[in-house]
Design a protein around this ligand. Structure first.
Ligand code: SF4
Length: 227
C-alpha cells in the first residue's frame, strides 16, 4: 500500500491545498501570463467521484473556481439528477490556467500541467473518474474518439473511467445535451460497479489489465459498459 493510502482526510485536504497554492504560483507554461486566477479544482478530498474538464473559461478565470459558468450550472443539474452534490465530488481540469480566448491547450501546456492533476488523482484516489470532453478523455484513452466511447465506462487500473462530452458543448446542441444527460444517468451504476471492483482488487488477485471495457458486451445484457 502506498503511503497516500494511509493518509487521513485532514492530511489529504492539506496536501490538496498545497497543490492549489503551487498552481496559483505556477509559471511552468506561458498560460499563467494571460490568466487572472489559477483554477486548481475543488471538492471532497475523499470523493468517490472525480470529474475532470478541459480548462478554465471566462467565469472560472475570474473566480478561481472550476465550472462556475453556464456549463457549471448544467454540471450541477447533472449531479443533482443522480443525487450528488458538488461538495461530495471533486471537480478539476486538465489545464489550470485559462488559455487566451478559450483556445485549445497546446500539447506542451498539457504536459506541463498534468503533474498537478496526477497528484490530485493520486491523493483523492476516486473510484470513478468522469472525463468531460476530449482532452481529459485523451489522458486515459489516447487515440480514442469521444463520439465513439462516450457513455461507456472502462476500467483504468483499479478504477472506472466514464467519458462524457463536455457540458459546454452540450449547451450549444440540443441532441448532445440529451446524450450527456443519458450518459450521466449511468454514473450511479458505474459507481456500484467500481465499488465491486475495489473490493475485488483489494483481495490478492492477478494483476489488473488497464484501459479495456469492464464487461464483454453480450446481446442480452443491457450494457452499462456499452456505448
Ligand atoms: S496552466 Fe498549469 S503548467 Fe501552465 S502555468 Fe498554469 S498551472 Fe502552471
Amino acid at each position: 500500500m502506498s503511503q497516500i493510502g494511509t493518509l487521513s482526510i485532514e492530511d489529504k485536504q492539506e496536501a490538496l491545498q498545497s497543490i492549489a497554492a503551487e498552481v496559483r504560483q505556477c509559471q511552468r507554461c506561458p498560460l499563467h501570463k494571460f490568466a487572472i486566477k489559477g483554477v486548481p479544482g475543488e471538492g471532497a478530498a475523499n470523493a468517490e467521484v472525480m470529474l475532470i474538464g478541459e480548462a478554465p473559461g471566462w467565469h472560472e478565470n475570474q473566480q478561481g473556481r472550476p465550472f462556475v459558468g453556464a456549463a457549471g450550472q448544467f454540471l450541477g443539474e447533472l449531479l443533482r439528477s443522480v443525487g450528488l452534490r458538488r461538495d461530495e465530488v471533486f471537480i478539476a481540469n486538465v489545464i489550470k490556467h485559462r488559455p487566451p480566448e478559450n483556445r485549445d491547450p497546446q500539447p506542451d501546456e498539457i504536459a506541463a500541467c498534468l503533474p498537478y492533476l496526477d497528484r490530485q488523482i493520486e491523493l483523492i484516489d476516486p473510484r470513478v473518474i468522469v472525463t468531460l470532453g476530449r482532452f481529459s478523455m485523451s489522458k486515459f484513452f489516447p487515440g480514442e474518439r469521444i463520439s465513439r466511447i462516450h457513455g461507456t465506462a472502462r476500467r483504468h487500473g483499479n478504477r472506472l473511467v466514464l467519458p462524457l462530452y463536455h457540458p459546454a458543448a452540450a449547451l450549444h446542441q440540443a441532441s448532445l445535451r440529451r446524450t450527456v444527460e443519458e450518459d450521466f444517468r449511468r454514473l450511479p451504476e458505474v459507481l456500484v460497479e467500481s465499488r465491486k471492483l475495489a473490493a475485488a482488487t483489494a483481495a490478492p488477485a492477478p494483476a489488473a489489465e488497464t484501459a479495456r471495457p469492464v464487461a464483454p458486451p453480450t446481446p442480452k445484457q443491457l450494457g452499462l459498459f456499452e456505448g
